[in-house]
Design a protein around this ligand. Structure first.
Ligand code: NAD
Ligand code: TDX
Length: 336
């Protein structure tokens, strides 16, 4: 019988792309456990909902009962994407970040340990390393130094996962990726927020001086790297994932405006994010050398394709940018 992968958070941005990536390439049975928070959208996987190899289970990783329920079926591999993922929300209201990112990961580790799961991939982030100065890049041995409630909660989960490897010999592997972009990203994050605001001729809010640097990777390359880690990653190891595309935020915003043929006058500089990390850069040398990872999407093409996706899928983001989203937007940007 084909092995079963439990993907958590499969209705979010990266999880959606990963479920599709795996179904297209392999014969695994995939169980997607997702709470359907504001960031989870069943519409993202409508096209695979009828695939006999795919099952959706609505549930909360922070509820032990929900996790026990999903583990009633045999699970061979866990890939844990489920998280509260937006730094600004973690600053406004950290509670859910602690619950989901820490307690939720703990519940999954516990059940995976009891059931003897063969592989546990904890999808983490480069933000656990904190902020860089003008030079250098994060390596796997860079000390952990998170600065936001979001990154602190992800760091706690990483440390817990590694303790399960050291104490119980659990087959844990951790991935730490840089900033993703691509289709299905929720329009609270920089790139989709700027694309969708520009398409609606709304102001583009740039924090601080716009010179913070992020290292961008197309979500396809992130999914391909996780695929490698699922199949070839060595237990007890951390793998950084990136694509060597450092850009200032203002460069990104101007690129979006240029692709769409919209005026620079839409840009508005706003009050900075508290504790705003200045620069991220990923050294992917380890995964490249040990697992043969190579990013395949050139940044300029990836950005054009992404902008094009939001142009073609206007209904997708217009349905999101209503109700609770508008309340969030007003709270976050109204008086900024
Ligand atoms: P997202 O916010 O788009 O999606 C998160 C998904 O998790 C949603 O479907 C949501 O409904 C689900 N979820 C949230 N709380 C849950 C809970 N308690 N129980 C079950 N499901 C729950 O996030 P994303 O951008 O796709 O990120 C996925 C993972 O990748 C996260 O762990 C994040 O930390 C990590 N990551 C993201 C990036 C990035 O640039 N987006 C970069 C590196 C790592
Ligand atoms: O309106 C905005 N204006 C702005 O200037 C927003 C939403 C963001 N920014 C800036 C802040 C950051 O310097 O853009 C940069 C990117 O911001 P986000 O898209 O919020 O991403 P970031 O804070 O870098 O975190 C992301 O990368 C690592 C993801 O959200 C995390 O889930 C991932 O772990």
């Amino acid at each position: 019988m084909a092995e079963t992968i439990l993907v958590t958070g499969g209705c979010g941005f990266i999880g959606t792309n990963f479920v599709r990536h795996m179904l297209e390439r392999y014969d695994y049975t995939i169980v997607n456990l997702d709470k359907l928070t504001y960031a989870g959208n069943l519409e993202n996987l409508e096209d695979v909902a009828g695939d006999g190899r795919y099952t959706f289970v609505r549930g909360d990783i922070a509820s032990m009962a929900d996790v026990e329920g999903v583990f009633e079926r045999p699970i061979d591999i866990v890939v844990n994407f489920a998280a509260e993922s937006h730094v600004d929300r973690s600053i406004m209201d950290p509670d859910a970040f602690i619950r989901t990112n820490i307690n939720g990961t703990f519940n999954l580790l516990e059940l995976a340990r009891k059931k003897g799961v063969g592989r546990f991939v904890q999808v983490s982030t480069d933000e656990v390393y904190g902020s860089l100065g003008e030079s250098g890049a994060f390596r796997e041995d860079t000390p952990l130094s998170p600065n936001s409630p979001y990154s602190a909660s992800k760091t706690a989960a990483d440390i817990l996962a590694m303790a399960y490897f050291k104490t119980y010999g659990m087959p844990v592997v951790i991935t730490r990726c840089s900033n993703n972009y691509g289709p299905y990203q929720f329009p609270e994050k920089l790139i989709p927020l700027m694309i969708t605001n520009a398409l609606a001729d709304k102001e583009l809010p740039v924090y601080g001086d716009g010179l913070n640097v992020r290292d961008w990777i197309h979500v396809k390359d992130h999914c391909a790297a996780i695929d490698l880690v699922v199949h070839k990653g060595e237990e007890g190891n951390v793998y950084n994932i990136g694509a060597s595309n450092e850009r200032t935020n203002i460069d990104i915003v101007e690129l979006v405006l240029d692709i769409l043929g919209k005026p620079r006058s839409l840009i508005r500089y706003v009050t900075d994010r508290p504790g705003h990390d200045r620069r991220y850069a990923i050294d992917s040398g380890k995964i490249t050398e040990r697992l043969g990872y190579r990013p395949s999407v050139a940044f300029s093409e990836g950005m054009r394709g992404t902008v094009d996706w939001y142009v073609r899928n206007r209904g997708w983001w217009e349905r999101i940018k209503t109700g609770a989203y508008l309340d969030y937007y007003e709270k976050m940007y109204g008086k900024r």
